[in-house]
Design a protein around this ligand. Structure first.
Ligand SMILES: N[C@@H](CCC(=O)N[C@@H](CS)C(=O)NCC(=O)O)C(=O)O
Length: 312
């Protein structure tokens, strides 16, 4: 170990003296200084690119705890911020599902670690890491003998699945653009995050979202075209919900976790967006639904969002 530190010491000294030279007397920079600065800049660029990219090589084996309690769910996503207990709709969805199904879970510490699929949320269960909210829900249904859809006929299950897929595979991208592109400069204030987290984690997400949206195809539409598509999604959801208390009827079912996950992010994290206007003004039944779900499953919402890491 000391050998490694010693061998790192030489390049570190070289970088330090070249940077000092650049800052104090750039006219006297030698060729060696220029080479050291060039190599350092290239290393930093590669490191930043690597950190911010979503390439396959970032998907790696995640470390799971060795001392787990058998049968306990260890939940990983983004920590609560001022506006919402979790910054990803899929996280709000998974937590809501576990609350609906009475499955206790232990949230991870206040840091974001991507799961086995390079995404959040994910869980650890009996020493295994598992990614993707839908696969996790299917797994927990079997493992814990849960079926929140037991009252549904096959045709209702089909409709419910179609709505969830519309929201997660289509509407979600409209939300992504509202939050990470259109409202990117408001996030710092909105989420009350420590400056470092905001600058190094949240800011680069804008670039990534644009890349993902382009690859999906939805990012190739003009702003007006995209907004018209998303408006149709939200109005379809609102029309189907109608005056029912929950998506599929009088009692909540699995789809409500996903519907609430996305609507909660729209309602509580992008207040200046057209999506917020649709949910609150054009489709007030969606807003009322969201408040109903929050009151039923998130009595600790204010406590979680009031206890963020600001100024730490
Ligand atoms: N299908 C996944 C979607 C999860 C997802 O897209 N999570 C986003 C945050 S909202 C993420 O981790 N993105 C990081 C990335 O794709 O690099 C699920 O249901 O869990």
């Amino acid at each position: 170990m000391s050998g490694l530190l010693q061998s790192l010491g030489v390049p570190f000294q070289a970088v330090k003296s070249s940077v000092l030279q650049l800052l104090t007397d750039p006219a006297q920079l030698s060729c060696v200084d220029l080479a050291v600065l060039g190599v350092s800049a290239a290393c930093v660029t590669v490191a930043v690119q690597w950190t911010c990219s979503g390439e396959e090589f970032r998907i790696q084996k995640v470390k799971v705890r060795a001392d787990f309690t058998p049968g306990k769910v260890y939940y990983h996503a983004a920590p609560p911020v001022k506006a919402i207990p979790c910054l990803t709709p899929f996280g709000v969805k998974l937590e809501t599902y576990m609350r609906m199904a009475d499955i206790p879970y232990e949230p991870s510490p206040q840091t974001v670690h991507m799961g086995p699929k390079g995404k959040i949320p994910w869980i650890e269960y009996n020493g295994r890491a598992m990614g993707d909210s839908n696969l996790i829900i299917e797994f927990l249904n079997k493992e814990k003998g849960v079926d929140l859809n037991r009252s549904l006929r096959d045709a209702d299950r089909a409709v419910s699945r179609a709505f969830v897929k519309m929201l997660e595979e289509n509407t979600y991208w409209g939300f992504g653009r509202c939050r990470w592109v259109d409202a990117k400069d408001k996030q710092f204030e909105m989420f009350e995050l420590p400056w470092l987290v905001f600058f190094f984690f949240l800011k680069p997400v804008t670039k990534k979202i644009k890349k993902f949206m382009w690859a999906h195809g939805i990012g190739r539409h003009s702003k007006d075209e995209l907004e018209a598509i998303i408006e149709k999604d939200l109005k379809a959801l609102s029309n189907f919900l109608g005056s029912k208390p929950f998506l599929m009827g009088d009692e909540p079912t699995e789809a409500d976790a996903a519907v609430f996950g996305l609507l909660a992010e729209i309602l509580w994290t992008i207040p200046d967006s057209y999506m917020y206007r649709i949910v609150t003004k054009d489709c007030p039944n969606l807003q009322a639904y969201c408040i109903r779900m929050k009151e039923r499953y998130w009595p600790d919402w204010d406590q979680l969002t009031g206890n963020t890491k600001k100024d730490q």
